[in-house]
Write a protein that binds this ligand. Structure first.
Ligand code: GLU
Length: 436
């Protein structure tokens, strides 16, 4: 048992009382004693409040300055969770590997002690969603257990290697369970690192953890496994809720998707175009131009190297372009500027941009508009930037451009080769402009 989240004088006070999170405490104050269960605190909460869960279920924060004493009335039990047994496999179903990486889909909250998080492995997730055993012959593997904001280029490389091996081992589909915050970066990373996967590689997450009545964990996981096992297509996709209801899931191309809402279950949307498909009651409607599923991994090539020394900078009024020089001096090898409108940056930033480009650092331009394409030929300011060496990145999403840049740098290409490849469509990330 621990005193999770408590620091400073409050931590000392609780320690000297022999208290742990989950214990029944009597906390004395000038206005009387308060009894309740000691709750953990989030790491970023202040150091001055002890939080008790009262018998009526409410939590109260008690200011350190008002506490005159703490006594442990009863020791709590360490919160524990044992998942149901492994569902029985059905012979002859497609083989799907679930690779766990962490995130909300793998977390549970213990409401007795309040907020203690328990991480579920992908194996436990499978036990909790027994429907999966009727859809596919499931194998599970935990590759990491992290929140997706902690992902790095090295994590993408490791995941791509493992997914590549699994494709060669002959799995009929791969599902990667992932935190939603940066799932679209990882879907882009896998899209580049896995050239021509023979079967679907599906990223899935959830916006609400599995202990909540409104959880989307099970629906999304069932949808992702169904898609991975049965879809007649290949490629890297994200599968998540399509709308506020539980009945429809959207299939997004890995390089065309973005998290557009902080909390809604249909947070993921294909940007600048329609999703690659939808799934309702197991029935799939898919874009006819998607590459077909193949048997055997003969055409697959795995290119898992990423070089994290690239940055994405948002341009804004009064943009502090000296950041560019700082990045270059710090060893940055490529920069994506997320420009305004058609791909602009203030003229006060030109000198810094020119210096970076001259020193051999790739500088590309995407747009902070969600829709449309960068066009640096419309205004003279765009033309000026192009003359300084800024490469327009068309309708590529900024995040995808960053990931692609890290991937190209990871192949050891020099700046002209990087510029050439950044302006070529490799995985559907860059579409030709179409006349209206
Ligand atoms: N921030 C965490 C992550 O992206 C939790 C959010 C989520 O999974 O939805 O992993």
């Amino acid at each position: 048992m621990s005193l999770e989240g408590y620091r400073g004088r409050l931590l000392e006070l609780l320690r000297s009382a022999g208290a742990s999170v989950g214990d029944e405490l009597v906390v004395s104050t000038a206005s009387g004693d308060v009894e309740g269960t000691l709750m953990p605190r989030y790491q970023l909460s202040d150091q001055l409040h002890l939080v008790l869960k009262l018998k009526n279920g409410y939590n109260v924060g008690m200011a350190l300055g008002r506490i005159s004493g703490v006594r442990v009335k009863g020791k709590g039990r360490e919160p524990s969770f044992s998942p149901p047994p492994r569902p029985r496999a059905t012979a002859g179903l497609p083989k799907v590997l679930i690779l766990g990486t962490g995130g909300t889909i793998a977390s549970r909250v213990d409401y007795r002690t309040g907020g203690v998080k328990a991480a579920l492995s992908s194996e436990e997730l499978y036990h909790l969603v027994p429907e999966l055993s009727g859809i596919a012959d499931i194998s599970t593997e935990a590759t990491m257990n992290i929140y997706s904001e902690n992902m790095t280029a090295e994590h993408w490389s490791a995941l791509a290697r493992r997914a590549g091996d699994a494709l060669k081992e002959g799995f009929d589909g791969i599902v990667v369970t992932h935190g939603t915050d940066t799932m679209h970066y990882t879907s882009a990373a896998l899209s580049f690192a896995l050239d021509s996967p023979p079967v679907p590689v599906v990223l899935v997450g959830s916006q609400r953890s599995s202990d909540r009545p409104s959880s989307d964990s099970a629906t999304n996981l069932i949808g992702a496994v169904t898609f991975a096992a049965r879809a007649p297509v290949s490629g890297v996709f994200v599968v998540m809720h399509a709308g506020p209801g539980d009945d429809e899931l959207a299939i997004h191309a890995g390089v065309r998707v973005r998290k557009l809402h902080t909390s809604r279950r249909d947070a993921f949307r294909s940007v600048n175009g329609a999703p690659a498909g939808t799934m309702k009651d197991g029935e799939m409607r898919l874009d006819q131009s998607l590459p077909p599923r193949r048997s055997g991994a003969a055409g697959l090539s795995v290119i898992p190297g990423f070089d994290g020394r690239a940055s994405l900078l948002k341009v804004y009024p009064g943009f502090h372009s000296s950041l560019i020089g700082d990045l270059v001096r710090g060893g940055c090898r490529g920069i994506v500027l997320e420009g305004t409108g058609l791909g602009h940056a203030p003229s006060s930033s030109y000198a810094d941009i020119a210096d970076a480009a001259k020193s051999g650092v790739f500088v590309g331009m995407s747009s902070q508009c969600m829709n449309g394409s960068v066009r640096m030929t419309v205004y003279d300011t765009g033309r000026d930037l192009a003359k300084l060496g800024v490469v327009p990145l068309g309708d590529m999403l900024s995040e995808v451009a960053l990931v692609k840049l890290m991937w190209l740098l990871g192949q050891g290409y020099d700046s002209p080769k990087v510029a050439d490849m950044m302006t070529k469509n490799l995985r559907g990330e860059l579409r030709e402009r179409r006349p209206l």
